[in-house]
Write a protein that binds this ligand. Structure first.
Ligand SMILES: [Zn+2]
Length: 112
């Protein structure tokens, strides 16, 4: 809930800059490593969208991004399922860089 509240605060300050008084749709990208659960975000949004900042029935679209890593040894680029190991499936190395999965961002919002 706190997370969604802070996103709504961002929207509340951004919307006027785009001459939007009622937001109809918000698109978020949520990386797996943020541990932000899409269902929890949707629930929080369903409560927060009652504010006048949002048009009635405003939509939330969530794009979930898996965690991806790149091996520093062999350069393999691989997806990590859940919180399971960050071991390179190519060479077994564990010197990996996280290249995706930490995102939590508003991609865009639309409204009038
Ligand atoms: Zn490797």
């Amino acid at each position: 809930m706190a997370l969604m509240e802070s996103l709504v605060r961002v929207l509340a300050s951004e919307a006027p800059r785009h001459n939007i008084t009622q937001i109809k749709k918000v698109k978020l990208t949520v990386g797996a490593l943020t541990h932000a659960l899409p269902d929890a975000l949707r629930f929080a949004f369903s409560v927060l969208r009652e504010q006048p900042l949002f048009a009635p029935g405003a939509e939330l679209e969530i794009e979930e991004r898996k965690t991806r890593c790149r091996c520093r040894d062999c350069g393999a680029d691989f997806a990590v399922e859940g919180n399971l190991g960050f071991l390179c499936p190519g060479c077994g190395g564990f010197a990996v860089d996280i290249i995706q999965g930490r995102e939590l961002q508003i991609d865009y919002f639309e409204g009038d």
